[in-house]
Design a protein around this ligand. Structure first.
Ligand code: R5P
Length: 292
């Protein structure tokens, strides 16, 4: 097995190579003056099981290089070409919300499926799609971050109350609560725009003697978590912690979360970020081992 990192994913590739006792190399990408990408595999891939390791946040600037690398590996004789992608982008556009909109999750899946043999990811945003098989034509494995988050919570938070900010977060929060034997609840979210979100409790929240921990798969503008924290504070809860799997947020959004009364923001390392505290490579490696 040969793990090849796309730009910015060297640490991910090294962690996977370590877990899988595999060789490691890099995909070099440089841009021509007109912005086109030149992609070069810096390892001999002939007859190797190639695993491309990539952080795919902000995907529009990264996807072509990924596809070019996958095609090059196939053309140069790789035995197989898979993708270890801890954050799978474009999953939230899973419906034509307004006339004429693209269902980008399906289009993106078609694109990747054409150049790859398999794909492993962590907690993709499965909401209206119930399985990646509905849109991906290649074998896929979904790894849950819950065991890694549970291990962190066991060490850091003695009596958590897990709170999901919306109905679809029940899948992640429920799995985590099951591992910890902790109580959990979800709030009800209404989204009117990218930064126009409100949440409300769905019932009584039994927070006495417990530290509220907001858990979501993606933190992007931070609006969802910020208004959820404010709703918890309005109920009289103590300052919540917040755990996100995929950290898409910038520094301003991080400050917005702290200003909303969140004591600490912690994320998994699917997207490199200052708040990363929970390593996903061991879980991801287990998924890769099944498919490569
Ligand atoms: C969508 O439902 C996701 O699970 C997250 O709740 C959402 O992407 C968070 O986005 P933002 O941080 O921009 O509110």
């Amino acid at each position: 097995m040969l793990i090849l990192s796309l730009p910015g994913a060297q640490a991910l590739a090294a962690a996977l190579a370590d877990q899988l006792v595999a060789d490691q190399g890099e995909v070099a990408v440089r841009h021509f003056p007109d912005g086109e990408s030149l992609v070069r595999l810096q390892a001999d891939v002939k007859d190797r099981k190639v695993v491309l390791a990539a952080h795919m946040d902000h995907p529009d600037g990264k996807t072509l290089a990924l596809l070019f690398a996958a095609d090059a590996a196939r053309e140069l004789g790789a035995a197989s070409v898979g993708l270890a992608v801890p954050y799978l982008p474009y999953m939230r556009q899973d419906h034509r919300f307004h006339p004429g909109e693209a269902i980008s999750s399906r289009s993106y899946a078609r694109l990747l499926s054409a150049s790859l043999d398999w794909l492993v990811t962590v907690d993709p945003h499965l909401h209206r799609w119930h399985s990646l098989d509905q849109i991906y034509a290649i074998p896929t494995r979904v790894v849950q971050a819950a065991p890694a988050i549970a291990a962190w919570l066991r060490r850091e938070v003695p009596r958590p109350l897990l709170v999901g900010p919306d109905s679809e977060s029940a899948q992640w929060v429920g799995a985590l609560a099951g591992l910890l034997g902790a109580p959990w609840t979800t709030l009800a979210k209404t989204r009117r725009g990218d930064r126009d979100v409100s949440v409300a409790p769905t019932g009584a929240v039994q927070w006495e003697g417990r530290t509220p921990v907001l858990v979501d798969d993606i933190i992007s503008t931070g609006e969802t978590i910020a208004v959820a924290a404010q709703a918890l504070r309005a109920l009289g809860c103590g300052a919540p912690l917040c755990i996100g799997v995929h950290a898409l947020f910038d520094q301003a959004a991080h400050q917005r979360l702290l200003d909303a009364g969140i004591e600490r923001v912690v994320t998994c390392d699917s997207v490199p970020h200052a708040t990363n505290a929970i390593a996903l490579a061991p879980l991801l490696a287990a998924g890769v081992r099944e498919l490569a």
